[in-house]
Design a protein around this ligand. Structure first.
Ligand code: 26Q
Length: 835
């Protein structure tokens, strides 16, 4: 292969001469597949279940990404244009193959290549393990963002952690959740490229030491540290049909040579090798979010490890081109913080600029404050991250110094604006005083950022009125909203190809990159023929899900049932319990002979509970117990099913959302920041039954009141009632509710398991129940009855379904990313030289 100096980059680096692009034909794909399967992987026999088939297909696709990836990098590096680093502890990517083929435009060609070998692309895609590097909404949002940024041609790099173990797998044993490790890397992850040449060193421990530099200035150094190596693994993120390939850079921890050597010199070879674990532990496992499990030291190590490695990475590339001149650094960079998890980046950027690059405080602070932007994802005060000052002092002493200094200067600012208002200072201080002083990470993020956004209109409003009120008063211009979305490439085009084809036949394929075009479906909502096709697609998707359910649970589901679905993390505020109470109510009605006109229903509930969240685990157990009784009762057969979907994850949702008819979005108003499952369901033609919470509010506005089943108290009503909330009185006054509670309390669902329902019953009956489940029971049951009667009218239901899909345009992450870009990032789109 000839090589030459690439004159355009001006770096003098020798670059391989670009070969002509690989052909995108079935022939060429088959040839490459054969090469990888036989020569590189050294396999001979084609067996459908083999992981090597899948791997060889990935390598053939990856080759076609490589040239585009290199061109994208060149285009963004060459003109030194502005770029964004999206810092996130989670990227819930799921499977990558189907989307890579779709975005490259070689789905059909790959299908054909595999067919020649007697293989189905579907089966090959199913062999891929989910990259489950996230808990739920926040992590999946980051993944959807990457797809949209690449498609819009926005120079955005994702920075995250390459956890060896992702989100745990859930097994249900006698109704209980059992966690199993997710060793997703065991068979290799063929998408990643290890880039050892960009490894960085991250420090921990040690102490701060002051010194005077050659120029006579007071400086600080962080000394006697324990160091860990951060090794980046890059994953390509292709845009849709546009030649752009962005990067997800995932850091993996490894022991440094010195780390080993210190021990080695002390004469303990074995300890030296063993000590590698300490370092490598940092990226061993994803933390499942447990509201009550804050303060784990390893989690703080992960956060700092990501922040430091990523910022060093960007500063390194900067100094390569600009030396120590940072005057235009802020014009060229923006760091988007995905919640407070990477918020330590505020202090770390200060440290790097001052201690490593010699900037003065004011210059460093100016840069920090004009490059950091923070997205908040929660309204629950108990979920706001805080770290013990003592832990910080031990683990990150130099960063604690800097945080104290930021706080001192910030408090000076507050007291200039509100002289003598000590209460306000206490409220706003980055340090929460008390017997165990804590650092408030959200406040650090707000003070250090130029933009703070919520993730749905209601959420952003509630933030500035509640949690962040003082800050919004101080800096009103900082706060803004960016309503979440989902990528229609994964959540419609790839996961529901039959609906995608129907839509494309009707209105063309423009919706794939401009979801607002779905509006054109409105005109077809009452078209009898279109309605028939629409129903046929939904039915086929229900059949597919029914098969999956049967294989996973052994339960059969009739596909003429209303598929009523709630899948999401199990959390009290999401009120899976309310859904369970409704299931018991329907069961009770059928048993008492009052169910003859009920629409047959399959209630499907899925989701994982954080391993340390006892109440959430109890909820799973209770749902499974109720399900067992309902599903075993011959009277319920063909009329009511309750199914717990085990091990819910991204790939499961790809099967579930195309089949769903009723989407349960039933959180206590004011608790769900946005929700994104609600958007996936809507896009696939499910109708929402929901409270006025998170993005439900905007969904209902978009689709119209008559196409949404609304119930429940509003945020204001909840706040008003809270003091006088009396669940016992509500239960006693409602015959249906009373019967449901008596069924539970009589032990009907736990004959030989005494006590299983106790904590759950207590929480519903508790006047201090934050989630006010009982308060919304009646209106929920009534809204369900409305859904029931709407479903009986086939045409009406189908019309509602089409209109939901037609109105989902605003909930594309393409729109979300354009909003981030217009309001926060101000990026120019990537200009590829050719193609
Ligand atoms: C915190 C401390 C220690 C360990 C883990 C965590 C942790 C991890 C993940 C805390 C929270 C999360 C995830 C939060 C999340 O997914 N929030 C959801 O974000 C979505 C995207 O904005 C919203 O749609 C949801 O409403 C919100 O609940």
């Amino acid at each position: 292969m000839p090589a030459r100096t690439d004159t355009s980059s001006g770096t003098g680096d020798i670059e391989l001469l670009q070969a002509p692009d690989l052909p995108m034909t079935a022939d060429a794909i088959l040839k490459d597949f054969t090469h990888y399967f036989g020569r590189m992987l050294g396999r001979r026999t084609i067996r459908t279940k083999s992981p090597f088939l899948y791997q060889a297909v990935v390598y053939a696709a990856r080759d076609r990404l490589m040239e585009r990836w290199a061109r994208t990098r060149m285009a963004t590096e060459r003109d030194g244009s502005r770029r964004v680093a999206y810092l996130s502890l989670e990227f819930l990517m799921g499977r990558l193959l189907r989307n890579a083929l779709l975005n490259l435009g070689i789905e059909d060609e790959t299908t054909e290549a595999l067919e020649r070998l007697g293989l189905a692309l579907e089966d090959v895609c199913d062999r891929e393990q989910d990259a489950g590097l996230g808990n739920g909404g926040l992590g999946r949002l980051a993944a959807c963002f990457l797809d949209s940024c690449a498609t819009l041609g926005l120079p955005v790099t994702g920075y995250g952690i390459r956890y060896q173990y992702g989100m745990f797998h859930q097994r249900i044993e006698n109704g209980h959740q059992v966690e199993e490790p997710d060793s997703w890397l065991r068979e290799g992850f063929p998408w990643e490229i290890e880039r050892i040449e960009f490894a960085r060193t991250v420090h921990f421990g040690g102490r701060t030491s002051a010194y005077t530099d050659d120029a006579g200035r007071d400086r600080f150094a962080w000394v006697d540290t324990q160091d860990v190596l951060a090794i980046p693994f890059d994953v390509p993120i292709p845009g849709y049909h546009n030649g752009v390939v962005n990067t997800l850079r995932l850091w993996s921890a490894a022991a440094t040579d010195e780390f080993d050597l210190d021990e080695f010199n002390a004469g303990s070879y074995s300890e030296a090798v063993a000590s590698k674990n300490m370092a490598e532990n940092i990226t061993m496992v994803l933390y499942p979010n447990a509201a009550n499990e804050n303060g784990q030291e390893l989690r703080l190590r992960q956060q700092y490890f990501l922040a430091s490695a990523s910022l060093q990475d960007l500063l390194h590339f900067w100094t390569e081109d600009h030396g120590e001149d940072f005057s235009s650094f802020a014009d060229r960079h923006c760091f988007q913080l995905n919640d407070t998890h990477p918020a330590i980046a505020v202090a770390e950027l200060m440290r790097l600029l001052m201690d490593e690059h010699g900037l003065e405080w004011d210059a460093a602070w100016q840069i920090t404050r004009s490059t950091m932007a923070y997205t908040n994802h929660t309204l629950l005060p108990e979920a706001l991250e805080m770290w013990p000052v003592a832990m910080f002092r031990r683990l990150l002493p130099r960063l604690l110094d800097i945080i104290y200094e930021i706080n001192a200067r910030f408090i000076t600012e507050i007291s200039q604006r509100w002289p003598g208002d000590n209460e306000r200072i206490q409220r706003m201080s980055l340090i929460q005083e008390g017997s165990e002083p804590m650092i408030r990470m959200a406040y650090l993020a707000i003070v250090g950022s130029f933009s703070v956004n919520g993730v749905a209109e209601l959420h952003s409003q509630l933030l500035t009125r509640g949690l962040f009120r003082d800050f919004a008063e101080f800096w009103p211009g900082k706060f803004n909203n960016k309503t979440n979305g989902v990528t229609q490439r994964r959540w419609l085009a790839a996961c529901n190809r039959s609906l995608a084809n129907l839509v494309t036949t009707a209105i063309g394929s423009g919706w794939v990159t401009d979801l607002s075009q779905l509006e054109q479906l409105r005109g077809l909502a009452d078209d009898a023929e279109f309605q028939d096709s629409w129903r046929a697609v939904k039915l086929a998707n229900k059949v597919r899900l029914a098969h999956d359910l049967e294989s996973k649970t052994g339960l059969s589901v009739a596909t003429d049932m209303l598929f009523d679905v709630q899948v999401k993390r199990i959390h009290e505020y999401k009120r899976q319990l309310l859904n369970m109470l409704h299931a018991i109510h329907l069961y009770d009605r059928i048993r008492r002979g009052d169910g003859d006109d009920l629409v047959p229903r399959a209630i499907i509930i899925g989701g994982k509970a954080a391993p340390g969240y006892v109440m959430a685990k109890n909820v799973i157990k209770c749902i499974n117990n109720v399900a067992r009784v309902i599903n075993a009762d011959p009277l319920m057969h063909e009329r009511l099913r309750l199914i717990f979907y085990p091990d819910y994850n991204v790939s499961a949702m790809e099967l579930i959302c195309p089949a769903a008819e009723l989407s349960e979005q039933i959180s206590t108003a004011g608790k769900e920041a946005s929700g994104t499952g609600n958007m996936k369901f809507m896009m696939n033609g499910a109708i929402t039954i929901g409270t006025l919470d998170g993005a439900n509010v905007e969904i209902r506005e978009a689709v119209g009141d008559e196409n949404f089943f609304l119930f429940g108290l509003t945020v204001d009503e909840i706040n008003e009632i809270r003091g006088q909330y009396d669940p016992k009185a509500i239960i006693d006054a409602d015959d249906d509710f009373g019967r449901v509670m008596r069924l539970i309390e009589s032990g009907h669902f736990n004959r030989f398991e005494p006590g299983v329902f106790d904590s759950v019953v207590r929480s519903i009956r508790e006047p201090a129940d934050s989630w006010m489940t009982a308060a919304d029971f009646r209106s929920f049951v009534d809204a369900q009855a409305e859904a029931d009667s709407a479903y009986k009218d086939r045409q009406r239901w189908t019309r509602m379904s089409i209109l939901n899909c037609a109105s989902s345009g605003p909930f594309s992450t393409d729109r979300t990313m354009s909003d981030y870009n217009a309001g926060i990032w101000k990026l120019e789109t990537i200009q590829l030289g050719h193609k």
